[in-house]
Write a new protein. Structure first.
Length: 64
């Protein structure tokens, strides 16, 4: 009976470790998704700024 009880205890411990590992993996994936969204938004912002710069150059040429 002691071995059975020990096996149950070991399984319970292993399940807890796996549960924490899964939670960590989920957190990392959420952070990676947020990072990718921020990176994508930064790229979009850079593209908008480039367009604004081109427009400003056109305006400057028109004014000179």
């Amino acid at each position: 009976m002691h071995k059975f009880s020990q096996s149950i205890s070991n399984l319970s411990h292993a399940i807890n470790i796996l549960d924490r590992a899964i939670e960590t993996k989920i957190r990392r994936n959420k952070n990676l998704i947020k990072y990718n969204e921020i990176k994508d938004n930064n790229q979009k912002t850079q593209n908008i700024l480039k367009e604004i710069e081109k427009d400003l150059d056109k305006i400057e040429k028109l004014l000179t």
